[in-house]
Ligand binder design. Structure first.
Ligand code: LLP
Length: 384
């Protein structure tokens, strides 16, 4: 990502998110180039990763669909101009008003996570005189080599319908007049870099599909969810994820029946590398054993280190003096408000500008106002 550009933003209040929209466009192009190699592959951007309107418009212009998990996300997607026929709507706890909003807007498909939810969707659709497309999210009991807090496809997780209940819910849906069963949905977790996890998912889907076909049940679509990870250690060298291997893995291992389409819900891999959190050093402090750089961004602006032990590559944009060892910490009254420990940075002084890279996904959107802090602003390379 081109971070040098942020020099032009000096004088602007920190902390803020900076987005390299050229990198975003290159990333979208790379996805489109790979997807176009295969028939019937379609990507829905997982808006939960970043719902900044400036980015959403670029993603929409690249032709992507959208994956939402709340009524608010559906509203934001529509505001950005995404067509409702490209919206998929997942989530274990959809409220009635959210289902009504989705039905009113004729979204492409609900990803249904339980039998009680299916009954409510059927009821609300009937009340509105509509028939809603549904996919069933199946919990495939496939692990992912990633942090426990972002693993979703194990039997112990709250997500999806147990595999043994799959046929029952499909049969039940065929007796309901206001839902139309079109396929299955899966998502095993996030920040997955080991392609063998996607191979395992494909093999499980093949097994399930064989079983359904034997029972005369046809699927129009298979939605494999998202999860492709990014390189947090070397973001500048690997600024665009390996979409070639990702889509080729599914192409090789996922067995499709004629006319079937495959849907993907990528979030982090689309926007992760194009964003950085820019913060200013407020104070330097020598502790008994540590040297702290206290910055004006906190866990309220980027919670990933506190929540998932994530390490974002951190650089001092102001200094080129010899490196020293620092803990970079925020101002929030919580011991977990630490961005990174024992990191080498070019000698830091009060006022220096620090960038935390790979913060485009699950950064700005997870910001909170704890301690009555202001939410961070955002700027893009298009604007400066
Ligand atoms: N589809 C479903 C059903 C999901 O639950 C998720 C992410 C995605 C797609 C997009 O996954 P991605 O391609 O971005 O890996 N806040 C955490 C990540 C939480 C992911 C939640 N679900 C983090 O900062 O690492």
């Amino acid at each position: 990502m081109d971070i040098a550009n942020t020099n032009k933003l000096s004088g602007i209040r920190t902390p803020y998110y900076y987005y390299d929209t050229n990198l975003l466009r290159d990333t979208l192009k790379s996805i489109n180039d790979e997807v176009s190699k295969y028939d019937g592959y379609f990507v829905h951007y997982a808006i939960k990763a970043n719902a900044n309107l400036k980015l959403l418009k670029i993603i929409k212009d690249a032709g992507f669909g959208i994956d939402c998990v709340s009524g608010g996300e559906i509203e934001r997607a529509l505001e950005a101009g995404f067509s409702s026929e490209k919206i998929v709507f997942a989530g274990v706890g959809k409220s009635d008003w959210e289902i009504e909003l989705a039905v009113d807007n004729n979204i492409f498909c609900f990803n249904v996570e339980s039998i009680p939810e299916l009954e409510v969707i059927n009821e609300i659709s009937a009340k509105k005189g509509k028939v809603s497309n549904v996919c069933f999210r199946i919990n495939p009991n496939v692990g992912a080599h990633t942090h426990a807090n972002i693993t979703t496809g194990l039997a112990e997780n709250k997500f999806g319908i147990a595999m043994e209940d799959m046929e029952d819910i499909i049969k039940m849906s065929s007796t309901m007049k206001n839902v139309n069963f079109i396929g299955l949905h899966f998502h095993i977790g996030s920040q997955i870099l080991d392609m063998s996890d996607f191979v395992a998912l494909s093999e499980r889907i093949n097994e399930l599909q064989d079983k359904l076909v034997a029972d005369g049940i046809k699927l129009q679509i298979i939605n494999v969810g998202g999860g492709l990870g990014i390189d947090y250690q070397n973001p500048q060298e690997n600024s665009i994820p390996n979409f070639k291997d990702y889509f080729a893995t599914y192409h090789k291992h996922l067995k499709l029946r004629p006319g079937q389409t495959v849907h993907f819900e990528l979030g982090r891999a689309v926007v992760g590398q194009c964003g950085a959190l820019i913060t200013r050093v407020n104070y330097m402090k020598k502790g008994a054993v540590k040297q702290f750089a206290i910055v004006d961004a906190g866990m309220t602006d980027l919670i990933r280190p506190a929540l998932y032990d994530a390490v974002h590559k951190t650089i001092n944009l102001t200094s080129d003096e010899p490196e020293q060892l620092y803990d970079v910490v925020g101002p929030i009254c919580e011991s977990s408000d630490v961005f990174v420990k024992d990191i080498k940075l070019n000698a830091v002084r009060r006022g220096d500008i620090i960038a935390m890279l790979s913060a485009g996904a699950y950064g700005e959107i997870m910001a909170s106002q704890y301690n009555c802090r202001r939410l961070p602003e955002s700027y893009t390379s298009d604007e400066i």
